[in-house]
Ligand binder design. Structure first.
Ligand code: 5AD
Ligand code: SF4
Length: 440
């Protein structure tokens, strides 16, 4: 009988993608996936360290499976991803949860088969961590979640050292993948029926690969735009400091590059941005938005916000609210500032009171949400092209797709439309989604 594994993934798309590779590796070893951890021979948590609540959730999960392991000691319990990359936290976990059998990091998941072999053979705990991705293999089997859209990693790591962020310490130095390998991978996906690709990196705009010549992110977009079988190209995330005119020009020229940019601002105050080490000002950001909207009039802009960064005053926060009103974002992720181990901002003594953080957070949503809804309402009456992703969770006669601008739309349709491009006329709009009727 095949062995079974259960995997739970926390955090960003990069972790989701790493989990697809972990699953692919396990399938290649004869494992099958189960959705019930009680049936699993191997339980894996692919973890995230970006905010404290992601860390706490892992501890909750580990506490809860302790009994499973006690009842069945042959089960292998593994923790991987960003959390074990931090030396202190890894030591803490190893001590606090003695039943963990395997720990591996963001740069060693390709070694999983040999690590499992070691556990079974030597019957002892195995820990495998590397700080950088230099030795990480790219051409791993992947068990992709969808058959019509796929992630493609274009770079590893991050060198930006935003003062609040733990990623440069967990994912190592920034390193761009080989341009030609990426192009081949996308061609291959196209041949296998994939319609949409999402290029992944902590700052895709700083992509740079030198071989026969130098290739930047705009070059990559232009090259991928030529691949006939691919319909849509997305990318996440961009860093405002690296957005240049060539990139905006490439976005405008390339028909397959979706009219959507996720451009995290974090704060609308130049003072706070400086303390965050973001390397752009409020004015720089507004100038990028002005250019993007001028060149690509129907572009959708989304962002990330951190509320309650150390030393953030009421005036700083007001600047964030004013900027939101000026830019009119299509959507956003909003976060309460969370102290992260080893980061400069975490050591500051002027941390903001939790009550004030929550109050500002609510005020930010009060400004953001009506704008999201107003923008969605402006789609009513328009016909949009959707790539159909899923059958609706609540009603199986409904399907869910995304517009070029990354808006979620529900419409009535048959499941044979999954993975296809369809036209839908928008009739209803809410803060986070729209509804419409298919036009044949
Ligand atoms: N606290 C709160 N939010 C954070 N982010 C990164 N680090 C922190 C932190 N310490 C947010 C940023 C980033 C997103 C991925 O997570 O907004 O863009
Ligand atoms: Fe973290 Fe900044 Fe790097 Fe994004 S760019 S991963 S926020 S350090």
């Amino acid at each position: 009988m095949n062995k079974q594994f259960f995997i739970e993934t926390f955090g960003c798309q990069m972790n989701e993608y790493d989990s697809e590779k972990i699953c692919g590796l396990l399938y290649s070893q004869g494992y099958l996936e189960t959705m019930d951890n009680r049936d699993a021979d191997l339980i894996i948590y692919n973890t995230c360290l970006i905010r404290e609540n992601a860390e706490k959730r892992l501890y909750g999960k580990l506490g809860a499976i302790k009994k499973l392991k006690m009842d069945n000691p042959s089960k292998i319990i593994a923790v991987c991803g960003c959390i074990p990359q931090n030396d202190e936290i890894r030591e803490f976990i190893l001590k606090k949860f003695p039943f963990i059998d395997l720990i591996f990091g963001t740069n060693t998941y390709d070694r999983l088969p040999e690590l499992l072999y070691d556990i079974e053979l030597k019957n002892k705990r195995v820990v495998s961590i590397l700080k950088d991705s230099d030795e990480l293999k790219e051409d791993l089997p992947k068990n992709r979640k969808f058959s019509h859209k796929a992630f493609v990693n274009i770079m590893h790591g991050c060198d930006n050292y935003c003062s609040y962020c733990v990623v440069p310490y967990t994912r190592g130095r920034e390193k761009s993948r080989n341009f030609h390998d990426i192009v081949e991978e996308v061609k291959d996906l196209g041949l296998n029926g994939y319609k949409e690709i999402t290029l992944l990196g902590q700052n895709v705009n700083s992509y740079l690969f030198e071989s026969d010549k130098t290739y930047n992110f705009a070059d990559l977009l232009r090259e991928l735009n030529e691949i006939e079988s691919i319909d849509r190209i997305r990318f996440i995330s961009s860093h405002p400091k690296s957005v240049d005119d060539d990139f905006i020009k490439a976005m405008k020229e390339c028909k397959k590059v979706c009219n959507q940019v996720h451009l995290p601002i974090q704060s609308g105050s130049t003072k706070v941005l400086k303390e965050m080490n973001r390397k752009y000002s409020r004015e720089n950001y507004l100038e990028i938005i002005r250019k993007l909207k001028k060149e690509i009039p129907d572009v959708a802009i989304s962002s990330d916000f951190i509320v309650g960064f150390p030393g953030e005053t009421e005036e700083d926060f007001q600047e964030t609210l004013d900027l939101v009103k000026e830019v009119r974002f299509d959507s956003a992720f909003t976060f309460l500032y969370s102290i992260r181990p080893g980061t400069p901002a975490g050591r500051r003594e002027d941390q903001i009171d939790e009550k004030i953080k929550h109050e500002r957070f609510d005020r930010l949503l009060d400004v953001l949400y009506p704008i999201f809804e107003e923008i969605n309402i402006s789609y009513i009456g328009k016909t949009v092209e959707l790539l159909v992703d899923n059958v609706s969770k609540n009603d199986e006669s409904y399907l869910t797709g995304r517009t070029d601008t990354n808006k979620i739309v529900h419409f009535k349709g048959d499941r044979n439309l999954l993975g296809k491009l369809v036209n839908v006329k928008i009739e209803k709009a809410k803060t986070w989604y729209m509804e419409g009727t298919r036009i044949e």
